[in-house]
Structure formats: structure tokens, C-alpha cells
Design a protein around this ligand. Structure first.
Ligand code: NAD
Length: 411
């Protein structure tokens, strides 16, 4: 099932549990605005090349729309739509005053030079600058984009609208980025995991963790779990998978990856078949790479007690059902990876205040938001007698529906 179908299905199940009026349900599902623009740039050799850029602004009932911009060859309107919708529910679950959006350009960033990427980003910004803004729609990095991309958008946008650091988040610190933003999603994953484990009378210390993906989110989650005494017994990335039943030395593995660009040949563990990683016996499995990795082919073989969805949409609905029947407890993506957008919100607040917070304050506030959201989700689970995914969806959808109704329907 593709991401849009799966997200819409979860939304509809939540709408049913909440008893939402069919007209509100329909209105919440349809995006506020879908933008598609043509971006032509000269390549370094002088030839012209055209790309298609998208921005889907899903909902703004609770505040400016918020979401990443990805550069990827498979960016398509359906996927961008699903991810924009997920952002609406995610910002509502975290209770930050935003709606949801997502964007992207269909391109292969590693095949473009830095100056070609800069030209492409500036042309895209020229095409959409009137439709984004500090109080309208605030982009951030996503797959294939980074702090440098945000710096170019900020610069281009500011040519039209004056200096506007709050128009994007995930910026370099020198241009108004927030301390703690880089680690925020992984840190939020760990705060969420701690809240979940506490609910079951457990803590990170001494438990075993398996992590798929060792990029920004996976490697930060691994570092922070290791610091807290968790045993990370296997990790994988695109280069392979490494395991050590006694717990990997994560700082050494991070250094090995920095030095060699790969997990291969790490002396502190044994290489394993990456296909077996997701079914490795452990207390907590943390998919932190791709969508759809847990599906009907492998769900019945999963041997984890808990799954924390650090990636977006790692569990397809069929796997969700199988895992649920097996008694595996899943902490859903719209909560588990909300730490990134929460610290993006703190960045936006700091830019508007013109005042920079200490990193300790950022991390403490993040913990407060993640813990509060977990308890809000649990309350919805009790009210609607549902699992954590539906608890999170009902929480987010209900908040957006309430804001929509309070605004009224009068034209
Ligand atoms: P990243 O590009 O930094 O890391 C992705 C990792 O996945 C890399 O280590 C890569 O090698 C690995 N990977 C790719 N294909 C793989 C495969 N087939 N098997 C195993 N590993 C594979 O990306 P990221 O920022 O860490 O994002 C990871 C996930 O988290 C994505 O689903 C993203 O949408 C989600 N997410 C990220 C953020 C954020 O702030 N970075 C926020 C919310 C959600």
C-alpha cells in the first residue's frame, strides 16, 4: 500500500473513532493548496535542464504550514501529499502551533554540482516565494537537502521580502539555526522510547536495541541510547549491517563511519546479513531509514517486543495488523519522530524573538513536549480503547478538527 493510501486509511479510522462529521472529514483530507512549478537552470556546461518542483500545503487551521523539502528522483505528487498530511497530524500531536506541508524537486542531487544545486534552489524559491512565509508556510530540510539548502532559500526569499530568518528552519547556526537541531529527531526518539518503556515498568539501561539506518536519526538515537546504558546489538545502513550481542561501542562505530564512510570492517562487531536485521531478537527495534520496510513478508518474523518508528511510515498497514496480533507494541512515526519538527518550532520561535537559547534549554523543552505528547496519546488510547497509532492519530486529527470548527465555515 502506498504512503498516501496508508496515511489516509489511518486518518479515516481515526475520524471514525472520533465520530467526525463526514463534511469535516472530507475537508480535512483535501490539501489546502498544491503547487507544481517548472524549474529550468543552466548546468555548469551551459546546457539547460528542467526539473519539476512541488509544494503541498495540507492544512493551516492550527498555524503556519510546516514541512521539509526533499530532493530525490522519486519525488511525486502522491508521496508529497501523504507526507504533507502526516505533518499536519504530527504538528498537532506535538501540540506546536503549525499545520502541515511538504515539498520536493524530482532530481538526483548527487549528480548535480554545488553551484547547480544552488541555482536550482534559488529558481524554486523564486517560483514559490509568494506562497511561503514566516506566518504562511515554513520549509525545512528533508532527504537530499540540508542546512546549506535552507541558507540559499533564506537568501533568495530575503531578496523579495527583506531579511527573514524564520522563513525556513534547519538553518546553519550562523544564520539563525538552533542549537540541538541536528540531534533533535534522534533525541526525541529516545525521549519517546523512555516514556513508552516507563509505562511498562522498564528503562533503557540493560535493554537491547536494533537500529536500521545509521544516518542523522539512527546514529543520534544510537548514541543517546548507548549513553543511557542501552545495549545497541545491531545497526545497519546502505553499506551493510554490524552486530555484537554484548552491545556495540557506538562512539567507536560513529568514528569508524566518519573515517571510512561505511559500517563495513568495524572491528568491534561481526557483519551480518542486513535482511535479517529487522527480525533479530531484541527488546526494541528502531527502523530509522526507509518507509515500508515492515510488511506482510517479514512482519510475522519480527522478534522485538517494541517498535519505535523513527522513520516515516516504516510499517505498512498489513504489517501493523500482524504485529498487533503478535502483541508487539508500536510507537508510531507521527509521534516518535516529532522531535525534529518540535526543535524546528523552537528555532522559529528564537528567530522571531531575536534571541538564541542555550542547548540545554532546547533539550529540556524537547523532553517536556515529547513526554506531554506521550501522556496525551495514552489518554486518547484509554478514551477510544485503541492502540498507540490510533491514539496518536485521534489526538492529532481531533486537535485539527477542533481548530477548524472554531474558525467557522462562513466565507
Ligand atoms: P539520513 O539520510 O541521514 O540517513 C538515512 C540512513 O538510512 C543512512 O544511514 C542510509 O545509509 C540508511 N539506509 C538507506 N537505505 C537503507 C537500506 N536499504 N537499509 C538500511 N539502511 C539504509 O536520513 P535521516 O535524516 O536520518 O532520516 C531517516 C528517516 O527518518 C527517514 O525516514 C526520514 O523521513 C525520517 N525523519 C527524519 C527527520 C530528521 O530530522 N532528519 C525527521 C523526521 C523523520
Amino acid at each position: 500500500m502506498n504512503a498516501l493510501a496508508a496515511t489516509s486509511r489511518n486518518f479515516k479510522n481515526a475520524a471514525r473513532l472520533l465520530g467526525l462529521d463526514a463534511k469535516i472529514e472530507k475537508s480535512l483530507l483535501i490539501p489546502f493548496r498544491e503547487i507544481k512549478v517548472e524549474c529550468t537552470i543552466p548546468k555548469d556546461d551551459g546546457t539547460l535542464v528542467s526539473y519539476v518542483g512541488f509544494r503541498v500545503q495540507h492544512d493551516n487551521a492550527r498555524g503556519p504550514m510546516k514541512g521539509g523539502i526533499r530532493y530525490h528522483p522519486e519525488v511525486d505528487p502522491d508521496e508529497v501529499n501523504a507526507l504533507a498530511q502526516l505533518m499536519t497530524w504530527k504538528t498537532a500531536v506535538a501540540d506546536i502551533p503549525y499545520g502541515g506541508a511538504k515539498g520536493g524537486i524530482g532530481c538526483t542531487p548527487r549528480e548535480l554540482s554545488k553551484s547547480e544545486l544552488e541555482r536550482l534552489t534559488r529558481v524554486f524559491t523564486q517560483k514559490i516565494h509568494d506562497l511561503i512565509g514566516i506566518h504562511t508556510d515554513v520549509p525545512a530540510p528533508d532527504m537530499g537537502t540540508n542546512a546549506q539548502t535552507m541558507a540559499w532559500i533564506l537568501d533568495e526569499y530575503s531578496k523579495f521580502h527583506g531579511h527573514s530568518p524564520a522563513v525556513v528552519t534547519g538553518k546553519p547556526i550562523d544564520l539563525g539555526g538552533s542549537l540541538g537541531r541536528e540531534a533533535a529527531t534522534g533525541r526525541g526518539v529516545v525521549f519517546g522510547t523512555e516514556a513508552l518503556l516507563a509505562e511498562h515498568g522498564k528503562s533503557v539501561k540493560g535493554l537491547t536495541f536494533v537500529i536500521q539506518g545509521f544516518g542523522n536519526v539512527g546514529s543520534w538515537a544510537a548514541r543517546l541510547l548507548h549513553e543511557r546504558g542501552g545495549k545497541v546489538i545491531a545497526v545497519s545502513d546502505i553499506t551493510g549491517a554490524v552486530t555484537n550481542p554484548n552491545g556495540l561501542d557506538i562512539p567507536a562505530l560513529v568514528k569508524h563511519k566518519e573515517d571510512t564512510g561505511s559500517l563495513l570492517n568495524f572491528s568491534g562487531g561481526d557483519m551480518m546479513n542486513p535482511n535479517e536485521l529487522l527480525t533479530q531478537e531484541c527488546d526494541v527495534l528502531i527502523p530509522s531509514a526507509l518507509g515500508g520496510v515492515l510488511n506482510r513478508d517479514n512482519a510475522s518474523s519480527v522478534r522485538a517486543k517494541f517498535i519505535v518508528e523513527a522513520a516515516n511510515h516504516p510499517t505498512d498497514p498489513e504489517a501493523d495488523e500482524i504485529l498487533s496480533k503478535k502483541g508487539v507494541i508500536i510507537l508510531p512515526d507521527i509521534y516518535a519522530n516529532a522531535g525534529g519538527v518540535t526543535v524546528s518550532y523552537f528555532e522559529w520561535v528564537q528567530n522571531i524573538q531575536g534571541f538564541m537559547w542555550e542547548e540545554e534549554k532546547v533539550n529540556n523543552e524537547l523532553q517536556r513536549y515529547m513526554t506531554r505528547a506521550f501522556h496525551n496519546i495514552k489518554n486518547m488510547c484509554k478514551t477510544h480503547d485503541c492502540n498507540l497509532r490510533m491514539g496518536a492519530f485521534t489526538l492529532g486529527v481531533n486537535r485539527v478538527a477542533r481548530a477548524t470548527l472554531l474558525r467557522g465555515w462562513e466565507a
